[in-house]
Design a protein around this ligand. Sequence first.
Ligand code: FE
Length: 336
Amino acid sequence: MNTVFKVALSLTLIMGSTLSFANEVNIYSYRQPFLIKPLFDAFTKQSGIEVNVVFAKKGLAERLVREGKNSPADLVFTVDIGRLNEVKEKGVVQAVSSSILTANIPTQYRDPDNQWFGLTTRTRSIYASKERVDLNKLQSYEDLANPEWKGRICTRSGKHPYNLALIASMIAHHGEAKTETWLNGVKDNLARRPQGNDRAQVKAIKEGVCDLSLGNNYYYGKMISNEEQSAWANAVHLTFPNQNNRGTHVNISGMALTKSAPNKENAIKLMEFLSQELAQQIYAEQNYEYPVNPNVAPSGLVQSWGEFKSDNLSLTTIAKLRKDAAKLVDKVAFDE
Ligand code: FE
């Protein structure tokens, strides 16, 4: 009797897990739940496929390596080309061949081997004090090294992935020697030792500590919609550097299919869904970013910040030069 009960019970469990197996997709995400949940809700509503999310601030690539082919994860969600490149280099993701993905996502924003795909873009912008900065004197990243700005620039660590990607783009355009001179110049212009996050720099502009800072565009939206921080945002212009030449440096948030994906078919369905209009709109709006799909317009607020040209340097090139960028940050003792 007891044995029969056990058999029946384990059958139910197997059937139960088989059923959910067929109807779910599992995500490892560095992106915060509030950003991605509305997307996944829309996907579940349309497809009937449940989306399970494990959120972590770090260590997801290592976790995928550790779990190997037993990993329950199907997809990785993250920001920054550095992290997307990391999962590719660690060999824990696989290529996806999908005509929907290649039609919706411009070449520049996906891996040449189809192992990662961008979903949104964000600019590395310069924030400038409305009261104390003449925007005519600030046209480019290169301008940040001008003596004009001595003691007037604030930034987070030079080693932060957002700054590393920008410095890597400078190396790609100018070579290492010129970038070193530039970085030294920017360091000489700092108002204080690099510290805090992007928003903390805008707060410092508001408080008169400095006049310029580096920051991603979406923080402008986050500050505007935050009761305490809107005063910081109101003290600055959000600018898009290098409009007279190569365009503003952009980075991406994106996704990759794990090598072991147990729900591969569902995962690819979700990837394709996310590249299409409805999801692109929800995702970009949620975090004041730009949709990668050129057929989708940014939110009204983001559009109000103006149109700009973005640097079309390949993100793969940026990923390759990140290590050299980190070495330069050490060499000029940028953070010290
Ligand atoms: Fe960020």
